[in-house]
Design a protein around this ligand. Sequence first.
Ligand SMILES: Cc1cc2nc3c(=O)[nH]c(=O)nc-3n(C[C@H](O)[C@H](O)[C@H](O)COP(=O)(O)OP(=O)(O)OC[C@H]3O[C@@H](n4cnc5c(N)ncnc54)[C@H](O)[C@@H]3O)c2cc1C
Ligand SMILES: *[C@@H]1O[C@H](CO)[C@@H](O)[C@H](O)[C@H]1NC(C)=O
Ligand SMILES: *[C@@H]1O[C@H](CO)[C@@H](O)[C@H](O)[C@H]1NC(C)=O
Ligand SMILES: *[C@@H]1O[C@H](CO)[C@@H](O)[C@H](O)[C@H]1NC(C)=O
Ligand SMILES: *[C@@H]1O[C@H](CO)[C@@H](O)[C@H](O)[C@H]1NC(C)=O
Ligand SMILES: *[C@@H]1O[C@H](CO)[C@@H](O)[C@H](O)[C@H]1NC(C)=O
Ligand SMILES: *[C@@H]1O[C@H](CO)[C@@H](O)[C@H](O)[C@H]1NC(C)=O
Ligand SMILES: *[C@@H]1O[C@H](CO)[C@@H](O)[C@H](O)[C@H]1NC(C)=O
Ligand SMILES: *[C@@H]1O[C@H](CO)[C@@H](O)[C@H](O)[C@H]1NC(C)=O
Length: 633
Amino acid sequence: MALSKVSLALVGLLSLVDAFGPGARSIVHSTILQRSGQLNAEYDYVIVGGGTAGLTVADRLTESGQYSVLVLELGVFQNGSSVTTAGMGYLGLLDPAIQLQFPSVPQPELNGRVADVRVGVMLGGSSGMNGMQVHRGQKEDYDRWASYFPGNKSKWNWDNILPYFKKAWHFHPPNSDVAAENNITYDAQYWGTTSNIHASWPTEMWPFQKTELAAFREIPGVGSPPDSGAGLPGAFWYPASVDPNVWLRSFARPGHWDGIEAARSNYHTLTGHRVLKINFSNGKRATGVSFVSANTTSAANPLTVTARKEVILAAGTIHTPKILQASGVGPQALLQSASIPVVVDLPGVGANFQDHPFQVGPSIQLTNFPFFPDPNQFFFNNTFIAESQAEFDANRTGPLTIASGNAAAFLSMPVIAPTAFADIATRYEAQDAAAYLPPGTDNDVVRGYNAQKKALAKAMRSRGAAFYNFFVRGTSNEPGPILLHPLSRGTVTIDPTDPYFALPRVDYRALTNPADGDLLVEFTRFTRRVFATTSLSSYNPVELAPGANVTSPADIIAELRGRMVPSSFHPVGTAAMMPKNLGGVVDEELRVYGVKDLSVVDASVMPDLPGAYTQQTVYAIAEKAADLIKARA
Ligand SMILES: Cc1cc2nc3c(=O)[nH]c(=O)nc-3n(C[C@H](O)[C@H](O)[C@H](O)COP(=O)(O)OP(=O)(O)OC[C@H]3O[C@@H](n4cnc5c(N)ncnc54)[C@H](O)[C@@H]3O)c2cc1C
Ligand SMILES: *[C@@H]1O[C@H](CO)[C@@H](O)[C@H](O)[C@H]1NC(C)=O
Ligand SMILES: *[C@@H]1O[C@H](CO)[C@@H](O)[C@H](O)[C@H]1NC(C)=O
Ligand SMILES: *[C@@H]1O[C@H](CO)[C@@H](O)[C@H](O)[C@H]1NC(C)=O
Ligand SMILES: *[C@@H]1O[C@H](CO)[C@@H](O)[C@H](O)[C@H]1NC(C)=O
Ligand SMILES: *[C@@H]1O[C@H](CO)[C@@H](O)[C@H](O)[C@H]1NC(C)=O
Ligand SMILES: *[C@@H]1O[C@H](CO)[C@@H](O)[C@H](O)[C@H]1NC(C)=O
Ligand SMILES: *[C@@H]1O[C@H](CO)[C@@H](O)[C@H](O)[C@H]1NC(C)=O
Ligand SMILES: *[C@@H]1O[C@H](CO)[C@@H](O)[C@H](O)[C@H]1NC(C)=O
């Protein structure tokens, strides 16, 4: 593997070469898991997408034995390389057989470049190939979601989602030597111990990580929360989604499906099949779905299955809006352009699209680096790899127990830009909400963005909301920061010429809101400050990107246009849980507006991004969704 891939693969992302490579790779499979022969004609629940959220909900809905469930999954059952932790588990990212990778539409504000859209396509979905980092957002993120609903008594504020973080994750403390050696603090009260989805720690950390983390803590205002799950910003350690009993990736398939589906006669799974659309009765009740084998490219004569109680969409942020639109639930003008009969004109479907923009690195080179080893050894040092493998085989210890990494800074704007944050927030808040949304955006969606704008401006002024994320990898050449709350909003829409089979049109609309540029300029200034003014300065940092000569805001932004990628593979927001008059797609019960017996349970329901990567929150949403669905069964 080329060295240029190193830093990116290690942050759970891909190389520049891949990120902007041409053409789409779409791998389809058809493995039918027929535990008990044929599918039934009817189930209580039909779940579309056997991914992170889909398998979690399916497990919970089938556990009582009272309800029958069918999961329809496009991808395959696979148990290959991405399953091992072995320091390289994130290399599952590189396996084309378990994912869909294709280019976004060109991004004018990124010099016309296209970005890489990448989602897991297998039983287990994106949890089967992600970077395995486990963190949740800040309390304020979930309270912000609550604030979008009138009365501010949402079921989704921090207090109400915390029990589901506990239900969703089985926490294993770090071993005491590792904790002491690295100054890891944790507090098990923020976690549970009953889930089969595991959050655990490697048996060692890269030696430079603790130095780097301590350096961030030298900056005034940078906190050290009692636990990564405490819902507070700071510089801290966090666990990985690894099952420490077997040192394998812990993801939705082993956690919520292996040994479960086969033991429950009320639970069926069909992989290798693509759901095309939801069937609606005249009364706009979702009655079932139409689907075809993944190898089929014709919508003629689809298979169908009936849902007695509900159809549950869990196809992820990229595919859930596509399926809704193809079924006639979405913006009327788009549906008409594709000759799709309108079931409900719901303009929020596919709007409000967000992901975490990332400054691909390396951005800083420490030219005096007296630490060994660092994660890059995996890419060029065969002796190190062999020794690590031998240690892992003999003792289940060592570098191969590390997933993609366990430490980062998640920092608020008042901490990273104490003299600039207030003006940035004021300027942002004064924007006309429609000004930077796509031309012709529906009024409801504009109103919803206005509500987000007020809430995010408040977050910018708060010490409780992290905007800046720097992944502390423990190497001498770290990539640049990630923007946790981008203010630009994109779209995901069907291709009107082929709504069922063509790839959706994914437009990040990166950097379309100039306030993102304001934030990113401060990110660059702050990152420089960290390396120049803390103990990190003793390792002779040399700035590789944007480059020490790049100082004016305009030059910083110009450099980012050529380097930034708009995605860290954490897409959300395309079926937002917001009031309908704010452009929402689902209510607080996760039911789609305007139709009956249709809900969405995946990452697409997040109204805006949490100040964290998304898997921990997806599992918590799914756990809560299952309770909501059972309560109305
Ligand atoms: C490369 C990568 C790295 C990441 N790293 C991290 C990380 O380190 N930490 C973190 O917290 N988060 C990370 N994430 C994000 C996290 O994994 C996702 O937010 C989460 O898994 C999304 O869950 P989901 O249920 O919404 O969708 P998914 O898990 O993607 O599930 C959707 C499922 O629906 C299926 N599907 C789609 N269309 C159809 C159809 N028409 N018919 C039938 N089935 C269909 C798909 O095949 C898939 O299995 C990463 C994601 C990626 C892609
Ligand atoms: C679908 O296509 C894949 C890849 O070409 C092939 O391996 C598989 O056998 C096909 N499945 C069916 C059911 O045709
Ligand atoms: C998946 O692979 C791992 C080891 O590679 C093995 O321990 C596990 O049993 C496998 N699971 C299934 C369901 O095949
Ligand atoms: C809503 O609730 C949050 C958290 O409880 C609180 O901070 C906020 O001020 C409330 N907003 C309104 C409009 O009442
Ligand atoms: C060790 O952790 C504690 C609590 O998280 C923190 O206050 C302290 O600053 C840390 N020490 C170093 C050297 O990072
Ligand atoms: C669903 O719709 C398809 C295509 O419109 C139709 O062929 C099928 O009969 C419908 N199935 C059910 C169960 O309503
Ligand atoms: C490679 O790894 C070995 C064993 O861990 C170590 O002794 C050696 O210094 C490393 N070589 C380089 C070039 O880093
Ligand atoms: C395994 O652990 C033992 C005890 O600590 C140690 O002596 C041995 O060298 C280790 N084996 C490898 C291959 O690292
Ligand atoms: C900074 O220096 C690099 C390398 O010499 C050059 O390519 C770039 O144009 C310079 N940028 C500015 C803003 O001066």
